[in-house]
Design a protein around this ligand. Sequence first.
Ligand SMILES: *[C@@H]1O[C@H](CO)[C@@H](O)[C@H](O)[C@H]1NC(C)=O
Length: 212
Amino acid sequence: MGTSSLVFGYCIIITSLFMAVVFGSNIPTRAFFVFGDSLVDSGNNDFLATSARADTPPYGIDFPTHRPTGRFSNGLNIPDLISQQLGLEPTLPYLSPLLQGEKLLVGANFASAGIGILNDTGFQFLHIIHIYKQLKLFQHYQLRLCAHIGKEAAKKHINNALVLITLGGNDFVNNYYLVPYSARSRQFSLPDYVHYLISEYRPILKVLIISQ
Ligand SMILES: *[C@@H]1O[C@H](CO)[C@@H](O)[C@H](O)[C@H]1NC(C)=O
């Protein structure tokens, strides 16, 4: 295993700066939807042709199976801990073939390591699921849920869901600081870059809110 993949995982774990948790109303059986980067990717990138992956030890050494799962963690990740606290099953990666039938009711994890707020963040990792694509997949998910439990029930289930979005660290790590002479760092001073990121985060949150 290359040292670079370890460093990669470590960097994005400590630097995801934008995190928001939005709670729906309190009903006992609720879905959980996860969007974002490696801090919350529970294995989607394992299904993609990308170098941003956590499929080799020591990832997963403290997971119940002691094997890498695609999580950028030695064990459970943040979504797992939230699911556990709420008494829910862990959400499956959206690309997992296991996510079908009744499992759809648990929710889905759309996160993909390497992505950021900006569409060009993470370009070096090739095929990853950028945030607007994650939101598109969320639409596909909703159609599948409608087909499974009917339109009204699906709408209710989605409106009552818990949503976690963890995004923004990679816009610094992989698109500003650690990319020598990056276009973004030549284009923006740090304070201006922060304002730019916030202005680009706003429409993402709007799309997420109207798509629920
Ligand atoms: C990023 O991509 C999405 C979807 O393709 C697009 O709607 C959006 O305008 C793009 N953002 C920027 C800043 O180019």
